[in-house]
Design a protein around this ligand. Structure first.
Ligand code: NDP
Ligand code: 2IT
Length: 444
């Protein structure tokens, strides 16, 4: 079976030669699926893997907009509709200068398995643009979002493809995109999630990815006789996922001592004051460095490597390949017992293997950060029913979903003789549901 998996990886390499991030996730997923393909030759026969690694379709488009100096700017926009076996394409949009098709495809591929793990009827997709919202005025962001949506609206719809936020895309951007969609189509529809509360958004969507990460990590710790109580936690990032992961970890009695951004990190041995972080990041859109200027005793370190600070639990919540083997070695040496992946693919494949070898429990991204998309689907359900659920209702459903996802990962790993390998468990459990649906729907 290793041979056939290698053949699939070679096909992916040939077709996507200049997309290392996409190839990284394909390699990671396929190698863990070896025993499943062994047990289910019908999947090999039906070409399930060849079909999974090829997106159903993808769009690339020009996004032209006028900046505040009256100058025309041009960016490149993307939407990859990866797999619709389980439902309409669902996944966020990322606005970041590093975006190119390899990033959108890695995210879209991961989204298939993540969405499957939620147990909800959603397929996998992802979009974005190489636009950098940093330093742009609200009006520039609005004009960009309007131009982006003018093209994107041709391909999306509430029963077809429902985008949402990701890095660089939060409530402000979703609002501008929703307004433009409505202007162009005349339809007030649940075509985007992460909308504002009061005009179709779900309560608890803002908190969902961060809270969900902590619910998943809580279950993983519990299964191994541990908890958040009294643990030192380091978080990378200080965006949407990082902030609400910090909040829930603190509620569970953990001491979060570090948060970061792409310039550096702050360390506060007394525990991060989250109201200060929220003011700097959510309200003022400034750098994390400001924290050290506002909180006595806190220190700013001018390198974006928070993993050099000793901790019990690491929560990477910034970007892909944040933790390589060298950083993993430092974390292990400093006594880290668990990693909860809030970001997508925050560890290199080698770092994942190293953690596994050293007995560090890893909550893999596609399972541990599935809370965001899960609550997005709950937003879709509320939109369809013309209803609004309370914060407590949504949060309770989120907790139940994350608890079930952990159990599915744990059970699948055990079934295939890989107890404690939650990454393999997540890939297998996510894959099985999609593969069965693809089999039932014929060769399409
Ligand atoms: P935000 O844009 O709100 O925050 C991103 C954070 O990551 C910022 O603090 C940013 O710092 C930091 N960051 C970005 N690039 C780098 C880098 N190269 N090195 C160090 N830090 C960096 O995004 P989100 O919080 O929404 O997303 C964070 C991660 O979580 C992403 O991987 C995303 O795909 C994933 N995710 C998000 C979900 C959601 O619902 N939002 C759902 C599931 C996963 P700076 O300001 O300097 O750029
Ligand atoms: O990576 C992700 O799961 C997200 N960015 C959230 C997707 C969504 O549709 O809410």
């Amino acid at each position: 079976m290793a041979k056939i998996v290698q053949q699939y990886i070679d096909i992916a390499k040939k077709r996507n030669a200049n997309e290392p991030e996409f190839l990284q996730t394909v390699e990671e997923v396929l190698t863990t699926l070896e025993p499943v393909l062994e047990a289910h030759p019908e999947f090999v026969e039906a070409g399930i893997i060849e079909r999974l690694i090829e997106p159903e379709r993808g769009f690339t488009f020009r996004v032209a907009w006028i900046d505040d100096n009256g100058k025309c700017q041009v960016n490149r926009g993307f939407r990859y509709q990866f797999n619709s076996a389980l439902g309409p394409y669902k996944g966020g949009c990322r606005f970041h200068p590093s975006v190119y098709q390899g990033i959108i495809k890695f995210l879209g591929f991961e989204q298939i398995f993540k969405n499957s793990l939620t147990g909800l009827p959603i397929g996998g997709g992802k979009g974005g643009a190489d636009f950098d919202p940093k330093g742009k005025s609200d009006n520039e962001v609005m004009r960009f979002c309007q131009s982006f949506m003018t093209e994107l609206q041709k391909y999306i719809g509430p029963d077809c493809d429902v985008p949402a936020g990701d890095m660089g895309v939060g409530g402000r951007e979703i609002g501008y995109m929703f307004g433009q969609y409505k202007r162009l189509t005349g339809q007030f529809q649940g075509v985007l999630t992460g909308k504002g509360v009061g005009w179709g958004g779900s309560l608890a969507r803002t908190e969902a990815t961060g809270f969900g990460l902590i619910y998943y990590t809580r279950e993983m710790l519990k299964a191994n006789g541990e908890s958040f109580e009294g643990k030192k936690v380091v978080i990378s990032g200080s965006g949407n996922v990082a902030i609400y992961a910090c909040q829930k970890a603190q509620e569970y009695g953990a001491k979060v001592i570090v948060m970061s951004d792409s310039n550096g990190y702050v360390i506060d041995e007394d525990g991060i004051k989250l109201d200060v972080v929220k003011q700097i990041k959510e309200v003022e859109r400034k750098r994390i460095k400001e924290y050290a200027e506002r909180v006595p005793g806190a220190k700013y370190v001018d390198t974006p490597n928070p993993w050099e600070v000793p901790c019990d639990i690491a929560l990477p919540c910034s970007t892909q390949n944040d933790i390589d083997t060298a950083k993993a070695e430092v974390l292990v040496k400093n006594g880290c017992i668990a990693v909860g992946e809030g970001a997508n693919m925050p560890c290199t494949n080698e770092a994942e293997a190293y953690f596994l070898e050293k007995g560090v429990w890893v909550g893999p991204a596609k399972a541990a950060n599935a809370g965001g998309v899960a609550v997005s689907q709950l937003e879709m359900a509320q939109n369809s029913q013309r209803e609004e659920w309370t914060f407590e209702e949504v949060d309770k459903k989120l907790d139940t979903i994350m608890t079930k996802i952990f159990k599915a990962c744990d059970d699948a790993a055990k079934e295939y003789g890989m107890e404690g390998n939650y990454l393999a468990g997540a890939n297998i459990a996510g894959f099985m549901k999609v593969a069965k649906a693809m089999m039932a729907q014929g060769v399409v």
